[in-house]
Design a protein around this ligand. Structure first.
Ligand SMILES: Cc1cc2nc3c(=O)[nH]c(=O)nc-3n(C[C@H](O)[C@H](O)[C@H](O)COP(=O)(O)OP(=O)(O)OC[C@H]3O[C@@H](n4cnc5c(N)ncnc54)[C@H](O)[C@@H]3O)c2cc1C
Ligand code: FES
Length: 326
């Protein structure tokens, strides 16, 4: 199938959906490295794109066509990615948003990403003024429950992006206490801009990206090089042990590796806390047609399972409905 044909098919599908999503050209405003292997790219939309992206819900995602971007010079590509780097890119790649900013008629979105393969390596090479094709907004984002009093964000690795965006929205709810728990293997693998503040067992404004929305954070590292020594799930459990709020008033929002989501779901279930998880699957169409992103789900109150599409029905799910792949 040629690209123009794909483009027209996609465009027709988008329009059939009451124009809640579409294919747009976005201009690269900036693309900067914030740590080893971690980048933030800022893209600007105008016209219809700006109108739709202004209403972007945290947890929704976009699909970006990176096939036209050049590869970085070989010496800039980490050795372990060199073999895979030359693979051609047929499919767009899904990314969540870390921020959305409305500036008059223009809407700027920011994506936090890490380089793991041919498309994300090409993303590294985007320069100010380049134009990329973006499909979005896609999927269903986090359901913000304004009746809760405490929102806990469980961040694993690149899950930091959508949860930063969510923290900004939660901060607008009067009286809502928001605490982010951010985990990584070691302090160098935390996908946040340095310098970091004071890491302590109590929530502090230690991570700039969260403190912008006055969200306090607790950092957990597997090797103990910063903050709580252990997994982010352990850090949250120990915080919950001393928490005075009633469990029914708490909600947990998670984004990260599936193992972390499964453990968070168990912790939430055991304590009777509502919990939403943002799932990841390899994606192709991004709009529920190709069935490549199936997530096994449980029918409420039974052992029977069925499949939902991560791109269309998710990527955010109630933690109780998912059958995790471990
Ligand atoms: C809804 C959604 C939101 C995402 N948001 C972000 C984001 O904000 N920032 C970010 O850096 N990445 C995000 N990702 C992951 C991102 O799409 C992949 O890292 C990207 O597609 C990699 O493309 P690549 O060509 O560089 O590497 P590839 O060669 O395609 O992949 C490199 C390695 O990563 C694995 N991988 C790639 N995509 C996935 C996936 N979806 N699930 C499990 N394993 C995968 C592959 O199996 C392979 O081992 C998101 C994925 C989804 C589904
Ligand atoms: S990516 Fe095609 S159905 Fe989800």
């Amino acid at each position: 199938m040629t690209r123009p044909f794909l483009f027209s098919v996609w465009n027709r599908i988008m329009c059939d959906d009451g124009s809640k999503k579409g294919i747009f050209e976005a201009k690269v405003n900036s693309n900067r490295c914030i740590g080893e292997g971690f980048y933030r790219v800022n893209l600007g939309f105008c016209g219809d794109g700006a109108r739709l992206f202004a209403g972007f819900i945290p947890g929704q995602f976009v699909e970006i066509d990176l096939s036209g971007a050049p590869l970085p010079a070989m010496d800039k590509i980490p050795e372990k990615l060199r073999d895979a780097s030359g693979r051609s890119i047929i499919l767009r790649r899904p990314f969540s948003l870390a921020d959305v900013e409305v500036c008059g008629d223009v809407v700027n979105i920011e994506i936090l990403y890490c380089c793991v393969g041919p498309a994300s390596l090409r993303m590294m090479e985007l320069k100010e003024g380049n134009v990329v094709s973006v499909i979005g907004p896609l999927g269903n984002g986090f359901d913000i429950d304004k009746n809760k009093k405490v929102a806990l964000l469980a961040v694993g690795g690149m899950g930091a992006g959508p949860l930063q965006h969510l923290a900004r929205e939660l901060a607008k709810i009067p009286g809502m206490e928001v605490v982010a728990f951010a985990g990584a293997q070691s302090v160098d693998r935390l996908p946040f801009e340095k310098p970091f503040g004071d890491f302590s067992a109590r929530p502090t404004l230690c991570l700039n990206e969260f403190s912008k929305s006055a969200t306090k954070s607790i950092v957990a590292t597997d090797d103990g090089s910063a903050g709580f020594k252990g997994f982010v799930t352990g850090a949250m459990e120990s915080w919950l042990d001393s928490c005075k709020a009633e469990m029914k008033d708490i909600i947990i929002y998670c984004c990260g590796p599936e193992m972390m989501l499964a453990t968070m779901a168990e912790i939430a279930e055991k304590r009777g806390i509502d919990c939403q998880v943002s799932m990841e699957r390899r994606m192709a169409c991004g709009i529920g047609l190709c069935q490549s992103c199936a997530v096994e789900c449980r029918k409420k109150g039974t052992d029977e399972t069925f499949y939902k599409m991560c791109c269309k029905d998710g990527p955010v799910f109630d933690s109780r409905e998912v059958v995790y792949t471990l």
